[in-house]
Design a protein around this ligand. Structure first.
Ligand code: CUA
Length: 485
């Protein structure tokens, strides 16, 4: 406000019928150095005051609050009607000590004298007359006002600190993260921990200040005044822009570091090819010559997972390992890698974390972390064990290649036609014709799933499902289907 004032001294009108008040105040004001204040008139009656308002255009009117001859309402009413910039001070030197009410025409808010004083003392503008005019006895020193504000700052800060600590303790009680089961999970959890603490502080800062303001600065009964007129605070705005920016930059730096940690490669990891299909997982161990529907990993050895998909985008996710990676269709070029070093033996579950169709929710597979010896025993057993029975082998291939995710063997209807009793039957096709289910039809349906669609089903079988199967494996699967009478 003060900075907007035109140049030159402050033009002050004093309104009081008591000459002691008027002359005394004028004497005080004229003692101000450098001609900052010009007392443009003394008004002893309301008529004189209104007349002087028009004639002298003062910046400030000081009204004797205790003067019965002066109608304060009348002065204020005139004051509100006017256009120019004007401030009115109702000054009381009565029993209550030096009290004053300040009215600013621009906002018409009955601001507290403390705030008003602070504005003038803070200001770089030299016009400090009101401070001199009424702080002759040093009743309201700036220091006192500051300490009153300080009290609010301290209480609000304490509330924020308490709420932050309570939130952190509360978050600790809730089990937010599952078991930490991989080496790669360690830096990730440290980052999570930092972020949880920042979130707890932000929560406390916002909610704490809100609660404090709602309770302490609530409107009291009978208070009809407007709130203080606040016009922004550049210092605060710069602060609340820079602080979050710095925080986010720091977090992104930490995030990059953690990403680097999780990608760190051990020499000679265990290679596993992970293939997602609607809606099953297949795990191939190329060096061991094993294909499996469960992911077995030796503990404390890094596994290099090479992820791909036969159809749509899936996402490999074991929450206990913390890592997640999409499995993309598109062949060798689209293989994505994930490095996991399990650090606890145990049973986990891999989930698909990418919405991939109707059975997405059931696209899960067991994960077994074993000791080196147990894992090796499993490898030896799997490698040695290929049954002589084509039906048994066919069942194994059907399981491993994900056929059984969609085709049941017990007559239940699922996404694909059930295999029970299908061999030798007459199937009604989507185009209205029928076909006899013989070996030729089964083979065609595996190699080219879209050729003849059974009525009531859609062609969602991966077209390239047979690509990874040998002819012998396909023969075995057909034998297996034939056995399901
Ligand atoms: Cu695969 Cu969801």
């Amino acid at each position: 406000m003060t900075s907007e004032k035109r140049g030159g001294p402050w033009r002050v009108l004093i309104a009081s019928s008591h000459s002691l008040f008027a002359e005394g105040l004028r004497g005080l004001l004229q003692k101000r150095p450098r001609g900052e204040v010009e007392v443009v008139g003394l008004a002893a009656t309301i008529e004189e005051a209104l007349d002087a308002l028009g004639k002298h255009q003062p910046d400030l009117v000081i009204v004797d609050y205790d003067d019965e001859i002066f109608n304060r309402d009348e002065i204020l009413a005139r004051f509100v009607e006017g256009e120019g910039r004007l401030r009115v001070v109702l000054l009381s030197l009565g029993d209550g000590g030096d009290e004053a009410i300040v009215y600013d025409r621009r906002t018409m808010a009955a601001a507290q004298i403390e705030d008003w004083l602070e504005k003038w003392t803070d200001s770089q503008v030299s016009a400090q007359l009101p401070v001199i005019a009424i702080s002759d006895e040093e009743e309201q020193s700036p220091f006192q006002k500051r300490s009153k504000h300080m009290k609010h700052y301290i209480f609000a800060a304490l509330l924020v600190i308490v709420l932050t600590l309570a939130s952190i303790v509360g978050l600790d009680q809730v089990r937010l993260l599952p078991e930490q089961a991989s080496v790669q999970a360690e830096p990730i959890d440290i980052l999570f921990d930092i972020e949880f603490k920042i979130i707890a502080f932000l929560f406390a800062l916002i909610v704490g200040l809100m609660i404090y303001s709602i309770i302490v600065f609530r409107r009291r009964p009978g208070d009809d005044t407007d709130a203080d007129h606040v016009e922004g605070n550049p210092r605060l705005e710069v602060l609340w822009t820079i602080a979050p920016l710095a925080t986010v930059l720091y977090l992104s730096f930490l995030g990059a570091q953690v990403l680097g940690d999780t990608l760190r490669a051990d020499p000679q990891p265990l290679e596993v090819r992970v293939v997602g299909s609607q809606w099953s997982w297949r795990f191939e161990y190329p060096l061991e010559g094993i294909t499996s529907t469960e992911l077995r990993l030796p503990v404390n050895k890094q596994a290099l997972l090479q992820l791909s998909s036969t159809d749509v985008i899936h996402s490999f996710w074991v929450p206990e390992f913390r890592l997640k990676q999409d499995a993309l269709p598109g062949g060798e070029d689209m293989i994505r890698e994930l490095r996991i070093t399990p650090k606890n033996t145990g049973e986990y579950t891999v989930r698909c974390a990418e919405l991939c169709g109707t059975q997405h929710a059931t696209m899960i597979a067991p994960v077994l972390v074993q000791t080196q010896e147990d894992f090796q025993a499993w490898v030896d057993e799997q490698a040695g064990e290929v049954s002589d029975d084509p039906v048994e082998r066919g069942q194994r291939w059907a399981d491993q290649f994900g056929c059984l995710a969609c085709h049941t063997t017990d007559g239940t209807q699922s996404v694909g036609p059930t295999w029970q009793g299908v061999f030798g039957s007459q199937e009604a096709l989507a185009d209205g014709t029928t076909v006899e289910v013989d070996e030729a039809y089964l083979r065609e349906s595996i190699l080219n799933p879209g050729a003849k669609i059974v009525a009531g089903h859609q062609n969602i079988m991966p077209a390239n499902i047979a690509q990874d199967m040998t002819d012998e494996q396909i023969d075995d699967v057909i034998e297996f289907i034939k056995s399901l009478r």
